[in-house]
Design a protein around this ligand. Structure first.
Ligand code: 6R9
Length: 648
């Protein structure tokens, strides 16, 4: 029996949704799905109102997803212009620098001026409606200006997280054929400088990139000089002086693309998840308001990076569509020390703080004094996202950070879903540590077994969604077939999430983790196949297999088994070389935690690597290897166990 934390009566009284309202609205949202979404669509401004609500088919032969598709709008106008009559002088963005001495408040008026300026710079660089623009940016306000500037002129942004390497960046530029990259000279994190512009320079030299890339726009974020290529590079501050201040918005169809965001799947190449304009914005704004119980004047902080979907939906689009004040933090949780998050809460009087279990666990390990040295009196609500939160970390977050006064919303969702699908609502949902609890309005989850048979009542199985919602991804950029195969082929007629889940007697969902070969390292998705293909690209590596293992801080760590080319011996120097290699091929977020040199890998007679066995070895479950009789060479398993590497 897990503990239950009832909804606090005072929270319920002031919240937008209480428990009975939740049940009533949830049922209505399913019973009259079109009517529900027709009404919700009106929370944003349309240029031409929609008359159509949804046009969806999950059938493999005719897969399409369209919402509000005869309406037109502009996403940037919704996030900026429409707030000007009432909120021009309200703060839209609070920016907190890596260095605690740097912070600034950006009003909606300033946001408007900056976005228009940036939009005109993009136009001056030959960017127009439908063009793809890659952003490789630090967490500085210009990253938000650039996203909104793209939306304003109808260009499609593809934000690539600054922790990806030049090679990974190049692959993403080529995949969506970007003509412009927006970057900064350096990014600052934890007192260190990361040479973003240098990585872009390296990416630009990689074969294929120059077929598309016409210009690189560089925001100056440091005093240190960088290499310059006159035929490609432009300083943002110089271009900005040469363009007009005003920029009209482009009228976009609801189903025109808004952005592409690359994410790992179970096969090698990252997928360009495509989100469109109208439905995405409705869903991001609706969930931001209800899940975080956002009230006017609340100060809201999501600690994610804009390079991830959480940053897109819950730093930028959801909050700004709602006219909120959103805090953006350039740095890391433990710099200058481990009280930084809570100091930021005090400094800016943060009411809502949304972060990830990996950060919570890392801070928990440093002890309570870093938290207790701050007041945190402004906090009302805490949020968690990215991976299952273990009950111990939940309890610490609740007791120590929130002092048992703040509900925790454990929000389950994915890059593909655009917004939160399963989560408590603070005024409506009794909490159970470790459970994402109940579906949001309009969302119909179900559990199915391996054969696709739906399970009822208390059960454990694969998590699917039986119907669409406006924030759902529309396709894999440039590969609609892959979209169909990945999400709609495993279980006929439903969206397959790739996650497993349990449902308890109270109909609460407990996400158990991925059921495919996708790892979750500190809340970041990484395909085992991506790391494997990076490793086998090394001239000394014959074969590699990658599995996850439980890691105290990161949730999962990366365990790699590497077979070297004949005649080569593994040693520490080669381990270091391989680690550096993977960091170069993919980026620091894919750094292997453990490399075990293995003379052979366990394979079936047909040559398939048996990851199940490797997973057990990585998890130290030697006694529990299951049936190994189908192995081509059972002896390799003994060698793997004997040479098991110590965990870090
Ligand atoms: C938003 C985001 C998606 C995967 C998802 C699941 C895991 C996210 C979770 C969670 C348990 C939660 N995940 N939130 N698992 N509880 N509250 O993280 O998107 O980067 O695409 O990752 O993350 O496994 O399938 P993304």
């Amino acid at each position: 029996m897990s503990k239950i934390f009832p909804v606090d009566a005072a929270v319920a009284a002031s919240a937008l949704i209480n428990e009975s309202k939740y049940f009533e609205l949830y049922q209505a949202s399913l019973d009259n799905n079109d009517a529900f979404w027709a009404e919700q669509g009106m929370r944003i401004d349309w240029i031409k109102p929609y008359s159509q609500i949804q046009d969806v088919s999950y059938a493999k032969s005719d897969l399409h997803i369209r919402w509000y598709h005869d309406g037109t709008l502009n996403v940037c106008a919704n996030c900026v212009d429409r707030h000007l009559p009432e909120k021009a002088s309200q703060t839209a963005i609070i920016w907190e620098g890596d260095n605690p001495e740097n912070s600034k408040h950006i009003t909606y008026q300033t946001l408007f001026d900056e976005v228009c300026r940036m939009a005109n710079v993009l136009k001056s660089l030959n960017v127009s409606k439908g063009d793809r623009v890659t952003l490789y940016m630090p967490m500085i306000p210009e990253a938000v200006y650039a996203m909104l500037a793209c939306a304003r002129i109808g260009a499609i942004h593809s934000v690539v997280f600054g922790g990806f390497s030049a090679d990974a960046l190049a692959g993403r530029i080529i995949d969506c054929q970007s003509k412009l990259v927006i970057t900064a000279d350096f990014s600052h994190r934890g007192g260190k400088s990361i040479p973003l512009k240098k990585n872009v320079d390296d990416a630009a030299k990689i074969a294929g990139v120059s077929d598309y890339l016409e210009s690189v726009l560089v925001v100056k974020n440091s005093e240190v000089a960088v290499d310059w290529n006159d035929s490609l590079d432009h300083w943002y501050h110089q271009k900005a002086e040469q363009v007009p201040a005003e920029c009209p918005v482009e009228e976009m169809s609801a189903e025109d693309p808004l952005f592409i965001l690359y994410t790992s799947g179970s096969t090698g190449k990252p997928k360009g998840v495509l989100h469109t304009s109208g439905g995405y914005l409705v869903y991001a704004s609706l969930t931001h308001q209800y899940v975080f119980d956002y009230h006017p004047d609340d100060i809201y902080w999501c600690t994610a990076d804009v390079g991830w979907i959480t940053g897109h939906s819950y730093i930028v689009y959801g909050p700004l569509a709602n006219g909120a004040t959103t805090l953006m933090f350039e740095g890391v949780p433990n710099y200058p020390d481990s009280s930084r998050f809570w100091q930021i809460c005090d400094k800016h009087q943060v009411n809502i703080c949304y972060t990830a279990p990996t950060a919570i666990r890392a801070l928990m390990r440093e002890g309570n004094s870093y938290v207790e040295s701050t007041s945190r009196l402004s906090l009302k609500l805490l949020g968690s996202v990215g991976e299952p939160i273990n009950p111990e970390a939940w309890q610490w977050y609740y007791d120590v950070v929130g002092e048992a006064k703040c509900p925790i919303v454990d929000t389950w969702w994915q890059t593909e879903t655009g917004g939160i699908l399963i989560s408590p609502l603070p005024g409506a949902t009794p909490l159970k540590p470790g459970s994402a609890t109940r579906p949001f309005f309009g969302i119909e989850p179900a559990l199915v077994d391996g054969e696709g048979k739906e399970l009822s009542g208390e059960a454990e199985g694969n998590l699917i969604m039986k119907r669409s919602w406006p924030g759902q991804m529309r396709t894999v950029y440039g590969d609609h077939q892959r979209f169909i195969e990945t999400y709609f082929s495993t279980f006929e007629g439903a969206y397959f999430t790739g996650d497993g889940a349990k449902r308890d007697k109270d109909n609460y969902y407990w996400i158990t983790g991925r059921v495919d070969d996708v790892l979750n390292i500190s809340g970041h998705r990484m395909g085992t196949a991506e790391v494997e293909s990076a490793l086998v690209a090394h001239p000394k590596v014959a074969e590699a297999a990658v599995v996850g293992y439980p890691h105290e801080i990161k949730g999962q760590g990366i365990y790699t088994f590497v077979t070297l080319n004949a005649g080569l011996e593994g040693n520490e120097a080669l381990r270091d070389e391989l680690v550096k290699w993977v960091r170069k091929e993919i980026g620091p977020i894919a750094t292997p935690d453990i490399i075990q040199f293995a003379p052979g890998l366990p394979k079936t007679r047909s040559g398939k690597i048996m990851r199940r066995i490797l997973r057990k070895i990585a998890e130290d479950e030697f006694a529990n290897l299951g049936d190994i009789s189908t192995l081509a060479e059972p002896a390799v398993v003994e060698d793997l166990i004997a040479n098991r590497q110590n965990k870090k």
